[in-house]
Design a protein around this ligand. Structure first.
Ligand SMILES: O=P(O)(O)OC[C@H]1O[C@H](O[C@H]2O[C@H](CO)[C@@H](O)[C@H](O)[C@H]2O)[C@H](O)[C@@H](O)[C@@H]1O
Length: 373
């Protein structure tokens, strides 16, 4: 997807919302940075010292990192562990009593949707693309791309990712979707969408944190550069420290480095993802809030005639599942090949099943359109 030259204006320099014409690449957008209350003096690179792992042990980071990838055990205790349990299939089947397959229950979903307008929310990594060792090579298949594109012809569709918005936009490669990057902290949505005029708005509730995240990113890159396999990504409003390819013996060092850096930034917090530590602004915003925001921006916020469906695989998607569960607003579908605790209503095993589910939705919609002709 190419971007084109465009004008853009800020609606209000103190507002997290800014406007842009079609095609403005997110990295070219000005960000609101009013009220910046941190100073560059705080942003010093901590001196290298031998890691003391007491802090990360005490606050459970290390345990959380380890339990997200334990050796094969009979029962997977951590809800976000990434291993198959030994009694695999039967454990999975009993788990599915609580989180039934969205494919097996497709009829039920169809019936409860009735004439409601379905809105799709799709996470990227682990949902549209398989989890791979190198985050730069997490590509979705062309069949998946077609499935998403076809679904978007019938249902308003948004991608909500932990990645930076321009990156996930490039990976998905479909212009007609809504995109929310940085775990929903960077939302691009159409203000006006006619053939003659496409005007987009940006909503960036953590705009003022941009320089702080940039500094933290550079600090983390510097401090982890000698750890084999560690990788730090700059996702604009959050920084991700990957330890998937780090020897487990060094996970404590990775955790301690992140922990020490965070001590200097009380306005930032840590969340755990799939073998990734994520540093992000400590603001009350998440993927669930992003779903609510997007529904409002589609003028569907309060409507009873809307059925939002959110598909995601990660802890950060749980915030969205909770929002949909509240008041039976819609359905969360957890993408997982192992049993996990979740606020989702249904499950799908992997991105392949996600693709099948999207195809079923499209087939159903097209059949019902034909019947009503
Ligand atoms: O919200 P998402 O779209 O699911 O993004 C979550 C994180 O995804 C990426 O990391 C994960 O996928 C990688 C590629 O498969 C994998 O190597 C890594 O271990 C996973 O954590 C992305 O790189 C992160 O920055 C996102 O936060």
């Amino acid at each position: 997807m190419k971007t084109t030259k465009a004008s853009h204006v800020l609606t209000d320099p103190t507002s997290p919302i800014s406007k842009s014409r079609l095609g403005v690449h997110s990295s070219a957008m000005p960000c609101t940075q009013s009220g910046t209350s941190f100073s560059s003096t705080v942003l010093t690179v901590p001196k290298k010292k031998p890691p003391k792992l007491d802090d990360v042990r005490c606050n459970g980071w290390l345990e959380s990192m380890k339990s997200s990838s334990p050796p094969h055990k009979k029962t997977v205790k951590d809800p976000f562990a990434e291993v198959s349990s030994e009694d695999g299939e039967s454990t999975y089947q009993s788990w599915q009593l609580k989180f039934p397959s969205a494919l097996s229950c497709f009829e039920k979903i169809r019936e409860s949707a009735g004439d409601k307008k379905i809105v799709l929310f799709l996470d990227y990594d682990g949902t549209l693309s398989p989890i791979v060792d190198d985050p730069d090579r997490a590509f979705m298949s062309s069949n998946m791309r077609s499935a998403v594109k076809n679904a978007a012809k019938h249902f308003q569709t948004a991608i909500i990712s932990g990645r930076r918005r321009d990156m996930v936009y490039d990976l998905v490669g479909i212009t007609e979707l809504y995109y929310a990057g940085s775990h929903g902290m960077d939302i691009r949505y159409p203000l006006r969408d006619t053939a003659a005029d496409k005007e987009f708005c940006l909503f960036q509730p953590a705009g003022e944190y941009l320089p702080m995240i940039e500094e933290v990113f550079r600090t983390l890159v510097n401090l982890t550069k000698d750890i084999n396999g560690a990788k730090v990504e700059n996702h604009k409003f959050c920084a991700s420290v990957h330890y998937r390819n780090v020897d487990e013996k060094s996970w404590g060092t990775v955790a301690q480095i992140v922990h020490d850096v965070l001590k200097d930034y009380p306005r930032l917090r840590l969340t755990h993802g799939r073998k990734v530590l994520e540093v992000r602004p400590a603001i009350d915003w998440n993927k669930g809030k992003a779903v609510e925001f997007l529904l409002k921006s589609m003028n569907l916020g309060k409507s009873e005639d809307v059925l939002p469906i959110y598909l995601g695989d990660d802890r950060t998607d749980e915030d969205a599942f909770k929002v949909l569960r509240q008041g039976n607003r819609g359905y969360g579908i957890l993408v997982s090949s192992i049993p996990k605790e979740s606020a989702a209503s249904f499950s799908l095993k992997d991105p392949e099943e996600v693709k099948e589910f999207l195809k079923r939705l499209v087939m159903w919609k097209e059949e019902s359109m034909q019947q009503s002709m």
